[in-house]
Design a protein. Structure first.
Lengths: 163, 824
């Protein structure tokens, strides 16, 4: 057993977990943050992507204990005060989700892509960097469109903040 | 001339809302109502549900394809702290009976195996524990002794098997589960009279939907009430209690099935009855609520939703002038170890087996074979995706043998716009269509003439570039006779003929329209389409519509999203509910305005006097008065308090199968049409296929929401691309399922989809459904395989490669090219 402390969506939390507990289970079972999903056993699908210290991580592939001391953001931490994050809004505007099961992971990956590649990220880069996220509903067409639109929106938000 | 179809009389249309221009909400790409809660991570899928006191189950699965269970030692598992109970198939069988089966006579299947396992992944024991980690640990401590039996892996070999190779010796002497032959019309005469017979052996291999969410159940046995409360991601929650009550030994009313948001189905979650029964048994045995969520491996190996796996020997009778006369085939279908839905997937294919072509007769022999694999279930297309491909392969083969252009040959044989409703030899009808228009749109969207030149130039440079065109049917709004019409006439099974869909609706005193659906959301857009249709019909604002879901005890008729039926069917229920609500609104409103109901009309959420501008009262006012001020209205039950109603809509157009099966009746008549055109380049060195350009035009009648329909087409096409180019379940000779994971079962990622994907729509409204809506949930997968296969064959024309089996993975194509090179 290990005592872990971390910040999740801006709130510091602590818990005693088994050494082997996966981060995704800690989030879902101990913290009731069930927006982070589990879709596979082998780290392929990306439904479980969260941000750990600002980087996209598959939370099914990391132990809760390894995340001790980290800042975690999950899909629940993106929207504020009933206002969707620009990337979430872009998915809605562009019909980037159908069943929605892959969506939290897609959005967390998308935000990470924009953080790294900037607001003008091109289609080819988006498609390549979605390699670790599988969607079975949409054929990706509208996901790629959503991410490009969300990136622009995030970009103008960043600019405004800078001014 | 007398025809076998004479007795199949088309009933009159029951359409009330005609298709028309100028609709306000129908036809808008409204943003989805479902999205905000999903986007914010508050969807509420099955694994997000927690019930107080809930324990977790883990399974022990068979590592063998075919084996007797000699013994199971659970003692070590039972001792592990945190374990509540360990149960084997025999324990489970003390509280539940075998699973329901649509096959007739049935093939016996236990929710948890007893005595014998018949495929890798079949569950033989389960642990119920405080958490899943402990349950998994304990499951690993269970020791099973096996007596391995010969594994039946190949379809044709399994048919010959005897002795220990027979999977169900108690039910059937051989592995042949069903063998039925049909002739619809003068098949032999047409073949005798034809100038040529085109023959092909075609193989469609097994894959499955693999929605990103697996199947899951929480079941809670209530010993005092003698019933179960069940959360499950089944598509079919108002129907499933009647299907599984017998197995659970409780009456359907003693089960309460609560729906959850479902993370994709594509058919794979239609029933999920086996794990509902199994999890319920575990709750009853352990005395606590039990959650069981399949892990991905279990979903691959034990979820009873593998797709079609067929071998066709097909023949097309044609004349030298290119006229298609008759089609016939023998099909062997590798159903896997059980036969839960009988040969319903072949029944389905009878809806459009002759494609968009005028073909006068059709014959079939269908043989269902049992093998040591996970059994089949529905997957987007439910069998029609395969016959579409077979028909299109045969059309290409005919063109090749006649030396004709494949597209021109198709056009020659197509049903003409003035021939609808058109009855095909099986008895199903195509209600309406304009295939020529769809094709025309597709050609111009793709710019076919320019592409043909470009492809020729590229080929001249030595590149392997080709173009494929598929013109296919997309039947929608299924009727349930497909489940049993091909069963032996003497033992047809449960001859169900109803597929209703219902809603209930209530206008509350604040003026909100509360609507309850009886089918779950599975990735379609039920809340959005119902909002749009009711806003249209009742003139209310979409933001005043609030959608909820019933459970199986509070709900009623709902057959769910499957068979591309939901939008067209729920539209009918919405119209019925709106008619009833309108009548009450007008009655109360007229009384309030001191008018007669027949003077009133609905206008912008108000009841208004026809032709008079200011004489109106809002729905909210009427609801308030009718709910709280009873004494303001006359006595009599027509003024009972409140504004609420329930409504059910039955299948708009179906008839019974002929008793001697001369035809199968009308059962899937609301047909769409699709044309896919794709240009590909094949790298002959690696066998890799790249899609250079892709155009798809779909006709799904009146479109409720163009953006969500487009989403279905893109998604279905992606599934079809996977089926064609990369997805296959591989079994070795011992029946091991060698790639049951996302690493080795290669589903397309974003980077494997075509960049240039152009989508177009034609709208030929149905004369039979409300507003002329047709279903559109499956089309992509019904068209993509045919177009892609043709394109790849065209690209490899210099090698003379012929494609007669899917998928065409890079190694498969490389092999075909190598063979061609060696032969040359
Ligand atoms: S659950 Fe983490 S990658 Fe699939
Ligand atoms: S929206 Fe269903 S898996 Fe992506």
């Amino acid at each position: 057993m290990a005592k872990v402390e971390m910040t999740i969506n801006g709130r510091s939390v602590s818990g005693v977990v088994e050494d082997r507990m996966l981060l995704v289970d800690f989030l879902r079972e101990e913290r009731n943050l069930t927006g982070t999903h589990i879709g596979c056993d082998t780290s392929q699908c990306g439904s479980c992507v969260v941000h750990v210290d600002g980087k996209a991580v598959k939370s099914c592939t990391m132990l809760a204990a390894q995340a001790a001391g980290s800042e975690i953001t999950t899909i629940e931490g993106l929207a504020s005060d009933g206002e969707l994050h620009p990337m979430q809004a872009a998915f809605r505007d562009n019909h980037g989700l159908q069943c929605g099961f892959c969506t939290p992971g897609m959005i967390m990956t998308a935000v990470d892509i924009v953080n790294r590649e900037g607001a003008d990220v091109d289609e080819q880069t988006i498609r390549e960097q979605l390699e670790g996220n599988i969607c079975r509903c949409t054929g990706y067409h509208n996901i790629v469109k959503s991410i490009a639109a969300g990136a622009k929106e995030m970009g103008s938000g960043m600019k405004e903040a800078a001014e | 001339m007398a025809s076998h179809l004479d007795s199949n009389v088309i009933p009159p249309s029951r359409q009330r809302e005609t298709p028309r221009a100028g609709l306000t909400w129908i036809g808008q790409s409204m943003k989805r109502v479902e999205d905000p809660r999903i986007l914010s991570g508050k969807g509420g899928y099955i694994d997000d549900v927690k019930v107080p006191g809930m324990a977790h189950a883990a399974m022990v699965s068979s590592p063998h394809a075919h084996a007797r269970i000699v013994s199971i030692d659970t003692s070590k598992a039972e001792e592990l702290p945190g374990v509540i109970g360990v149960y084997t198939g025999e324990d489970v069988a003390t509280v539940v009976d075998p699973c329901p089966s649509f096959a007739s006579p049935p093939v016996t299947q236990h929710a948890m195996a007893i005595d014998k396992v018949r495929h890798v992944g079949e569950v033989v024991a389960a642990v119920v524990a405080e958490d899943r980690y402990i349950a998994e640990d304990a499951a690993a401590l269970i020791e099973v002794e096996w007596d391995v039996l010969p594994a039946m892996v190949d379809i044709e070999a399994s048919l010959e098997a005897m002795g220990d190779g027979v999977l169900h010796p108690d039910d059937r002497e051989s592995n042949k589960a069903l063998d039925e032959s049909f002739e619809f019309g003068p098949v032999s005469e047409d073949f005798d009279a034809a100038d040529r017979i085109i023959k092909r052996r075609l193989r469609w291999n097994r894959s499955s939907a693999q929605a990103i969410e697996t199947c899951g159940v929480i079941s809670q046995w209530d010993a005092f009430k003698g019933g179960y409360t069940i959360h499950a991601n089944t598509n079919f929650y108002n129907f499933i209690p009647f299907v599984i009550g017998g197995s659970l030994r409780v009456s359907p009313g003693e089960m309460r099935i609560i729906p959850v948001l479902t993370g994709g189905s594509f058919g794979s979650k239609v029933f999920i009855h086996k794990i509902i029964i199994m999890t319920s048994a575990l709750s009853r045995l352990s005395g606590v609520p039990v959650k069981y969520i399949e892990d991905r491996l279990e979903h691959f190996t034990n979820s009873d939703s593998h797709g079609s796996d067929r071998l066709y020997d097909a023949e097309l009778a044609i004349n030298d002038d290119g006229t298609f006369k008759s089609l016939r085939f023998t099909v062997l279908d590798d159903y896997g170890a059980y036969l839960q839905f009988g040969v319903g997937t072949h029944g389905n294919a009878m809806a459009q087996v002759t494609g968009p072509y005028q073909i006068g007769s059709f014959g079939m022999r269908v043989i269902a074979v049992l093998t040591n694999k996970t059994q089949q279930g529905p997957y987007r297309g439910f069998g029609s995706e395969v016959t579409n491909w077979v028909m299109e392969r045969m059309a290409d083969a005919a063109a090749e043998e006649l030396g004709r252009d494949p597209l021109e040959l198709r056009e020659q044989n197509m049903i003409q716009p003035d021939q609808f409703p058109y009855m095909i030899p099986t008895g199903n009808i195509y209600d309406s269509g304009n295939f020529q228009k769809v094709l025309g749109e597709a050609k111009s969207l793709f710019d076919l003439d320019a592409w043909r030149k470009k492809a020729a130039d590229m080929r001249a440079e030595g590149r392997c570039v080709g173009i494929g065109v598929a013109t296919c049917m997309e039947r929608s709004v299924y009727g349930p006779t497909e489940w049993w019409s091909l069963n032996n006439k003497e033992t047809p099974g449960f001859t169900l003929t109803s597929t209703p869909e219902g809603i209930s609706a209530r206008i509350d005193p604040s003026g909100k329209l509360f609507v309850t659906l009886h089918s779950p959301m599975v990735g379609n857009s039920p809340e959005t389409v119902v909002t749009q249709i009711l806003a249209e019909r009742l003139t209310v604002a979409p933001e005043d519509v609030v959608i909820n879901y019933s459970d199986s005890q509070s709900g009623f008729n709902g057959v769910g999203p499957q068979g591309s039926r939901f939008t067209a069917m729920v539209a009918g229920a919405c119209v019925s509910a709106a008619i009833k609500l309108e009548e009450r609104l007008k009655r109360f409103g007229a009384h309030m305005l001191q008018r007669r109901p027949e003077d009133m009309e609905l206008r912008d959420g108000k009841v208004a006097v026809k032709g008079l501008k200011d004489q109106e009262t809002s729905f909210a006012d009427i609801a308030l008065n009718s709910s709280f001020f009873r004494l303001s209205f006359p006595d009599g039950e027509e003024f009972d308090s409140g504004l609420e109603t329930t409504a059910v809509y039955d299948h708009p157009l179906s008839t019974d199968p002929h008793e001697d099966r001369e035809h199968l009746g009308i059962f899937y008549p609301i047909v769409g049409h699709i044309c896919h055109i794709v240009a590909v380049e094949v790298d002959p060195g690696t066998g890799k296929v790249e899609m250079l350009d892709y155009a798809a035009v779909h006709d799904n009648g009146t479109i409720v929401n163009p953006r969500t329909l487009a989403g279905q087409v893109w998604g279905g096409t992606a599934n079809g691309i996977g089926t064609t180019l990369s997805e296959q379940f591989n079994y070795d000779e011992s029946g091991q399922f060698v790639n049951p994971n996302f690493a080795e079962f290669a589903m397309p990622t974003a980077n494997e989809m075509p960049r240039n994907f152009k989508l177009g729509h034609v709208e030929t409204p149905s004369p039979y459904t409300e507003y002329g809506i047709k279903g559109g949930g499956e089309g992509g997968r019904l068209g993509a395989p045919s177009a892609l296969t043709s394109a790849v064959e065209d690209a490899l024309q210099n090698y003379g490669v012929k494609i007669s089996a899917l998928p065409i993975t890079p190694p498969v194509l490389r092999g075909l090219i190598r063979e061609a090179e060696q032969a040359a």
